[in-house]
Design a protein around this ligand. Structure first.
Ligand SMILES: C[S@@+](CC[C@H](N)C(=O)[O-])C[C@H]1O[C@@H](n2cnc3c(N)ncnc32)[C@H](O)[C@@H]1O
Length: 274
């Protein structure tokens, strides 16, 4: 659809084809107005550049591009994150692993490692909540790390970033009280990769190009060498992987192996103690 300049903001908003929330977000993005200003300036006619921008934004959304990539932002754990095609869009479900990690970080000196940090969601949320903790975040993607670094700075979070494939760039003796990870866990060829938002997200953030468990296996195997005795490994995984992950954890010798449910009642995070 082509949005005509000169139409009032209120009329444009009423005529947009998306759901009301998305209409409002894109109208704010195209005009630079806040939600309140959309109302207080409702009679103002849309300028030609605003109408052109809005036409483009609506077309992108209609092609299925996630709203977070279109506006370049997503809220996570009450913080504002910059997002782009190099990183997974942080999901509300991932707030669970942040809460579990925060509950398990000792008071006083505390060290957390976020493996596969993407936008920095987990590391930045933890570091923002526990500014006294030493938080390290790693990722194999330099573009993701650049964005994560910007998100840490924008949120005033102190995080050390490492370019690393899983444990490779860590010093042998480096240990943490908690390791948290939301690794790629979708199996190669899974039909979900060709659906919805996932079509636009970085494939290396979604799939391990194998059975879905290979990154989880690597992290579980390497965890004990980088955890304090009794330290927690917490892993986010797919809706149907909890039992398999618990088995991997138990076979690797972790104690107190268990899973936790997300808000939808799905076992979303599993973990155990070294
Ligand atoms: C599912 S995304 C999670 C992003 C972020 N932690 C979150 O929860 O929103 C998985 C992340 O793992 C990273 N990754 C994939 N393979 C990796 C590897 N071999 N070593 C380190 N990170 C890796 C991807 O680049 C991606 O950023």
């Amino acid at each position: 659809m082509t949005i005509q300049p000169g139409t009032s903001i209120t009329a444009v908003q009423a005529g947009l084809p998306l759901d009301p929330l998305e209409n409002r977000i894109l109208l704010c993005h195209a005009t630079g107005l806040t939600r309140v200003q959309l109302i207080t300036q409702g009679d103002r006619p849309l300028a030609p550049d605003e109408a052109a921008r809005l036409t483009d934004l609506v077309a992108r959304r209609q092609r299925g591009e996630p709203i977070a990539y279109i506006v370049g932002r997503r809220e996570f754990f009450g913080l504002d994150f910059q997002v782009g095609p190099a990183v997974l869009i942080p999901r509300p479900d991932t707030e669970l692993i942040v809460e579990l990690a925060l509950e398990r970080l000792p008071q006083g000196p505390a060290r957390l490692l976020d493996m596969g940090t993407g936008s920095g969601a987990i590391a930045v949320a933890v570091a923002h909540t526990r500014p006294d903790a030493d938080v390290t975040a790693l990722d194999v993607s330099p573009d993701a790390l650049a964005l994560a670094q910007a998100n840490a700075a924008a949120n005033g979070a102190r995080v050390r970033f490492l370019h690393s494939s899983w444990f490779d760039a860590l010093d042998a003796g480096e240990i943490f009280d908690v390791i948290a990870s939301n690794p790629p866990y979708i199996a190669a060829g899974d039909e979900h990769l060709a659906q919805g938002d996932l079509r636009f997200e970085p494939v290396g953030a979604l799939t391990d190009h194998a059975d879905g468990l290979s990154a989880l296996r690597t992290i579980i195997e390497g965890g004990p060498r980088h955890l304090v005795p009794g330290g927690w490994l917490l892993l986010e995984h797919g809706y149907d992987q909890a039992e398999a992950v618990r088995t991997l954890l138990a076979n690797a010798g972790y104690a107190e192996v268990q899973s936790w449910q997300d808000l939808a009642g799905i076992e979303r995070v599993s973990g155990g103690r070294a």
